[in-house]
Design a protein around this ligand. Structure first.
Ligand SMILES: [Zn+2]
Length: 826
């Protein structure tokens, strides 16, 4: 009989909310244009005010959403702290003031939250009832207790919940104690941090240094709840990385790569290794590294006029000049003369020979009479355009500003115009038989390390395929698709014009934000442009403002770069794994990644089997990262991204998981690194020095360590593809006679989801699903008070069903699992 394999992660999203987020007035970068330059007749050098990175503290997700919607750039390096969220913002001096006006705290060098450094706690412990018997009414549950070491230092990370956590007055406090090994007493009491998000209590947590691994922890609440839990290892005893295999070749990438270099190497690899590699071209060209030539003429007041060329700058727009001319006579109408690319606006004169054309009139005349050279002219920003336009002292040259290379940028012309993105496909069998893995790097332009990390992984595959047994298994068992940069236009802008560019180069801004001083604030955040849990559906963490760094675009999938991803996963339906590689944060994410702020309603949570599979895969991937130089991505930064960090509406992961059943990870490479010399965690950067301190922040070291993780993801996929083994499960304790009510739960031998009934019927995929007690916790506990029969089956992450049961058919075997709990109370 043919075996059943199915994926059941295909959840449809309820249409939860139709309302759109409120639209605050955009307040992005607002540097003053250099009006003196414009009036001197020279090219108006509308330079962007200098930006700097500041550390900030926000009170919580609500403030984060407001600040992001107002156009600020707060995406990366964020972390939850007890009093809210800390992060970094790339801002001008004016924006810093604006942030402060919104209530944001600007942190100094040594300010901000730090986990307790003390290894021995020191507060007085709550009185606890020692060894209180387990009760289903326990008010405290241990969510996780993880031990890890990095660079010679041990750490304990604990999450625990109290059922009274939402209570506001008084707030329930929690204390954590640990033992010092097996059969040693609890002690070292510490206060836990209460984590509240969008008004909802999440859990309490702690991270602290410890010199020896505890065996157990105990958490006590101020209302008397108590729970103990075993300490688990996090990324301890990682198997050696592939790089330690004899003869294994690595360390191919020796510096940052612009998109041209990445794509050209991808094509070269396909030529050099035709038996295992090819290029797939994505169908939608990008909008291009190109801009219209522009000028803001006449200052920024009511008489200013903003002009944009019809042609792209490099296709003739940059040759256009515009001059506002005053003639000596009186009583003259406004008119426009065009000679070649030189436009002369002959300003109207009134009866007393005064200049009499308003900005609005001049703009209209330019649009109508410039012989197609100018297709967009308008007053500056929100000005009414009623000011009388002043003559210029000569012709003003329009420019697309793209030739102003950043200091230190490589020489040479950056190709202009739309780009066809090549996908480097590597696999021995590229016919759909093997699980596909999509590695998508650099959605966000300024994130340079994800691109080098992905390229390094591709190089390792092709160079070691013939000589390394493990690599051969990957290449023969998977079908890998590398998009080495999914935002080539923005990436070039980041390399050559504006290092902090995050979005693509599309300009969707209406006139009020279309002047060239806004040019670093245009573009769509490609990772907010997808269809599931999107800002358009009321989810939080994307902006409707075209000058916001999290601008979601005018509609879902408005951008060619996001359309391409959907095209790819629909064309290659064997793609079952995806990693959206970002920097920097030291985080590994999956679903849920977005919520509706009101009530904190997340996108559907993955079933328990998928959640467990995500955790298992994360452990494997991050162990391999750690194996390189002991960088630990801490468990507080792993899980559903909206659970541990923030909501990002319309991200790619939600769409691929919920629409296509693809295990879709989001990775923030290059996060904090523990520095044993200072005893602190040192934060990462978007563009770290390539050869930095090899033990700290370094583009090179991050590329190598995170490439280890990508290679492990391929092995996860290869194992998944080979997994033909049914899962097994059991009810604990099992069926039988009990003299009093009993607590039961399900256990599985591998990540698997259980469907069950208690009414005697056959279990099907529509039956109740066995769920977590709460998110990030193990499976729920049923308190059985009367005789109950459970019918169930389990499905593993690869779709294998326990005992090869067919839940879709009414076959006569009824080969599901059964157990009866008989309760006979006296
Ligand atoms: Zn990013």
């Amino acid at each position: 009989m043919h075996r059943r394999r199915l994926r059941i992660a295909l959840l449809t999203l309820p249409a939860l909310v139709a309302s759109v987020l409120t639209v605050p007035a955009p307040v992005g970068a607002d540097p003053s244009a250099s009006t003196a330059a414009a009036e001197s007749g020279r090219s108006p050098l509308e330079t962007q005010e200098s930006v700097r990175l500041v550390r900030i503290q926000l009170t919580g997700a609500d403030m984060l959403d407001k600040v992001a919607a107002a156009g600020f750039d707060l995406e990366h390096g964020l972390r939850r702290v007890p009093n809210g969220i800390e992060g970094e913002a790339v801002v001008t001096a004016a924006q810093t003031a604006e942030l402060q006006a919104m209530g944001v705290t600007i942190l100094g060098d040594n300010e901000g939250f730090a986990w307790s450094e003390e290894a021995d706690g020191g507060i007085q412990a709550f009185r606890t009832q020692a060894d209180q018997p387990h009760s289903h009414e326990a008010t405290v549950r241990v969510v996780r207790a993880d031990w890890f070491t990095t660079k010679g230092q041990g750490f304990l990370y604990v999450e625990a919940r109290t059922t009274e956590g939402q209570q506001a007055d008084p707030i329930v406090t929690m204390q954590l104690e640990n033992d010092s090994g097996r059969r040693t007493p609890f002690g070292f009491a510490r206060t836990m941090s209460r984590f509240v998000d969008s008004g909802q209590y999440m859990f309490h947590r702690n991270l602290f240094k410890l010199d020896a691994r505890p065996n157990q922890i105990r958490v006590t609440s101020s209302t008397g709840g108590v729970a103990t839990g075993d300490v688990s290892d996090w990324l301890e005893d990682a198997p050696p990385p592939l790089t330690e295999n004899r003869g294994y070749k690595s360390d191919f990438v020796d510096g940052y790569r612009n998109p041209q270099q990445l794509y050209s190497r991808a094509k070269e690899i396909a030529r050099q290794y035709p038996d295992i590699a090819e290029i797939v071209y994505l169908p939608n060209q990008t909008n291009g590294y190109q801009r219209k030539a522009q000028a803001t003429i006449g200052g920024t007041g009511p008489s200013a006029v903003v002009v944009s060329s019809a042609a792209w700058g490099h296709e003739g727009g940059n040759d256009i000049t515009v001059e506002f001319v005053q003639r000596p006579e009186a009583n003259l109408p406004l008119s426009v003369e065009v000679a070649g690319k030189a436009i002369r606006v002959l300003l109207a004169k009134d009866a007393s020979a005064g200049v009499a054309s308003t900005a609005t009139e001049v703009a209209a005349a330019l649009e109508a009479q410039s012989q197609g050279l100018i297709d967009r002219a308008h007053p500056y920003r929100t000005n009414a355009g009623t000011g009388i336009v002043a003559p210029t002292s000569g012709p003003v040259a329009l420019t697309d500003f793209l030739d102003q290379k950043r200091v230190g940028a490589p020489e040479g012309e950056v190709p202009r115009g739309p780009v066809t993105i090549p996908v480097l496909r590597i696999g021995k069998h590229r016919d759909g038989r093997n699980p596909g893995v999509l590695i998508q790097a650099q959605d966000h332009a300024r994130e340079w390390v994800p691109a080098t990390t992905s390229l390094e992984s591709a190089e390792r595959l092709v160079h070691n395929y013939k000589t390394d047994k493990e690599t051969k298994k990957i290449v023969e068992g998977t079908d890998v698709f590398f998009i080495l940069s999914n935002n080539p236009d923005g990436a070039n802008y980041s390399f050559y014009n504006f290092a902090s560019q995050r979005r693509n180069m599309t300009n969707h801004c209406p006139d009020e934000n279309a002047d060239p001083a806004r040019r670093n604030s245009w573009g769509v955040d490609l990772n907010r442009n997808y269809r599931v849990g999107s800002g358009h559906d009321g989810y939080s963490g994307a902006s409707t403002s075209c000058v916001s760094d999290t601008y979601q675009g005018p509609e879902e999938l408005s951008e060619p770069e996001s359309k391409n991803i959907i095209w790819l996963v629909e064309k290659y339906s064997n793609i079952k794994f995806m990693m959206s590689v970002h920097s920097n944060g030291g985080q590994l994410f999956w679903q849920p990644g977005a919520y509706i702020a009101d009530g904190r309603i997340t996108t559907p949570r993955p079933p328990l089997g998928d959640e467990a599979f995500y955790w298992q895969s994360a452990g494997r991937i991050l162990s391999q990262v750690k194996a390189h130089r002991e960088t630990v991505v801490t468990p507080e930064n792993v899980g559903g991204s909206s659970d541990v960090l923030y909501s990002s509406a319309g991200n790619v992961r939600e769409d691929l998981y919920h629409t296509y059943g693809i295990y879709a990870f989001g990775w923030e490479v290059g996060g904090s690194v523990y520095n044993p010399a200072t005893g602190d965690w040192q934060g990462g950067s978007f563009q770290p020095v390539w050869e930095g301190d090899p033990n700290l922040v370094s583009g090179h070291a991050e590329t190598m360590e995170y490439a280890n993780g990508i290679m492990e993801m391929f092995r996860v996929a290869a194992d998944w593809g080979k997994d033909k083994k049914d899962p097994t499960s059991k009810l604990v304790p099992g069926g039988g006679k009990y003299s009093q009510p009993v607590d039961v739960r399900f256990e599985t031998n591998e990540p698997a989801t259980i469907y069950y009934t208690t009414d005697g019927s056959r279990p099907t995929l529509q039956s109740p699903r066995y769920e977590a007690t709460e998110f990030r916790e193990p499976g729920e506990v049923f308190h059985v008070t009367e005789t109950t029969t459970f019918h169930w089956f389990s499905v593993d992450a690869a779709g294998n069903i326990e005992q090869n049961y067919d839940p879709t058919k009414n076959d006569r075997r009824d080969n599901y699992r059964k157990a009866t709990i008989t309760i006979r109370t006296k």
